[in-house]
Every structure is written in structure tokens, then in C-alpha cells.
Design a protein around this ligand. Structure first.
Ligand code: HEM
Length: 165
């Protein structure tokens, strides 16, 4: 159940991110309201991975070399990327923030920060997905292929391994 939920949340975040990268195509209203709503989805994603994060935090300083280290650092970078994106997005907002009756003083450097953090976050997402590729493909097989297979499938260890959550 958790695998399915995680999988669909990941798909939703990735799809929304791709739409958000092209505000010219979606229009600024969809861009702003969709990404504002996505904040809730992101929070669910963080909550579902909180145990994994805390486990790695405690291990980080104990064992100097383990395979999840890059994954861990990348998750922090991704978190900071999203925070920067959302804060700078609200700072340059033309729809959501004015709809709340708040007038922003001026955009200043926020537009460049928004643009830069969008491109950097996209890059981090690509590596994040590459590092989780085994989990993603195993979850895909479990959700879409295994239910139709005749033989009873043995659970893929990637899905039970906690680091792969
Ligand atoms: C996943 C989150 C987000 C991503 C990936 C993202 C990405 C982008 C990108 C790539 C641009 C085009 C920048 C350019 O043309 O130079 C842009 C523009 C913009 N974004 Fe976002 N954005 C996100 C969240 C937000 C949020 C939460 C808001 C405000 C509620 C927002 C408001 C804007 C505005 C107003 C522009 C137009 C800036 C301009 O051209 O003057 N964005 N965004």
C-alpha cells in the first residue's frame, strides 16, 4: 500500500514539475495555482520519507562510507531547491499572492532566483530519479505487471529494503 502511494505521489510531483517548467505553455494562472497546490503533495512526500531521512541522519556521522550518502545529500539539496523555488515563486507571484490581497514590494532579484533554482532543481531531480531507478522499476512491476502474472512473484528485495523507500 505504501509502495503504491509513494509511487503515485512521485509520479504526481514529477508531472507537476514538468508542467511548471513551462509556464509559457500552461499560462501563469495554472503555473501558480498548480504549484501552490503541489506544496501539499510535497509535504506528504516528505512525511512519508521522514523515517528514512532520520535513519540516515543518525547513520551519517557514524559510518563514513555507505551507498546512501549521496542519496541523502541529494535529498537535502532537493528539499532546499523546492523551498527556494516556492519562496521565490511567491515573491514574484502575479495571481496567488495578489488574490490574497497582498501587494509585493517589487520583484528585485527574485525572478532570477526563481529561474535559476528551477533549472538547478530539475538537474537534481534527474540524479535523484537515477539513484532511485531500481526502486521505481520494481514498484512499476509490482503495480502494473505482477497482478497479471500467472506465477506467484517473489517480492523484489529493493521494495523491502528501507534505504529504497
Ligand atoms: C515546482 C515549483 C515551480 C517550478 C518548477 C517553477 C518554474 C518556473 C519557470 C521555469 C519559470 C520561467 C522563468 C523564466 O521564464 O525565466 C517560472 C516563472 C514564473 N513562476 Fe514559477 N515555478 C514553480 C513555482 C512557482 C510558484 C509557487 C509561484 C507563485 C505562486 C510561481 C510563480 C511564477 C511566476 C509569476 C513566473 C513568471 C515570471 C516572469 O516571467 O515574469 N512559480 N517558474
Amino acid at each position: 500500500m505504501k509502495i503504491k502511494l509513494n509511487f503515485w505521489i512521485d509520479v504526481a510531483i514529477f508531472s507537476i514539475f514538468l508542467i511548471a517548467m513551462e509556464p509559457g505553455a500552461s499560462g501563469i494562472s495554472i503555473h501558480e495555482w498548480l504549484t501552490t497546490a503541489a506544496v501539499a503533495v510535497l509535504i506528504v512526500h516528505f512525511v512519508l520519507h521522514w523515517d528514512w531521512f532520520m535513519k540516515l541522519t543518525s547513520r551519517f556521522f557514524v559510518k563514513l562510507l555507505h551507498s546512501s550518502r549521496l542519496n541523502y545529500l541529494l535529498s537535502i539539496a532537493l528539499f532546499l531547491g523546492f523551498i527556494t523555488l516556492i519562496v521565490s515563486g511567491f515573491a514574484i507571484s502575479e495571481k496567488v499572492i495578489p488574490a490574497l490581497g497582498i501587494e509585493m514590494a517589487g520583484r528585485g532579484a527574485w525572478k532570477r532566483i526563481h529561474d535559476l533554482s528551477a533549472n538547478l532543481t530539475l538537474l537534481i531531480i534527474a540524479v535523484h530519479i537515477a539513484l532511485r531507478w531500481d526502486w521505481l522499476t520494481a514498484a512499476f512491476v509490482k503495480i502494473f505487471i505482477a497482478p497479471f502474472a500467472k506465477e506467484k512473484k517473489i517480492e523484489n528485495p529493493v521494495l523491502v529494503e528501507e534505504d529504497g523507500i
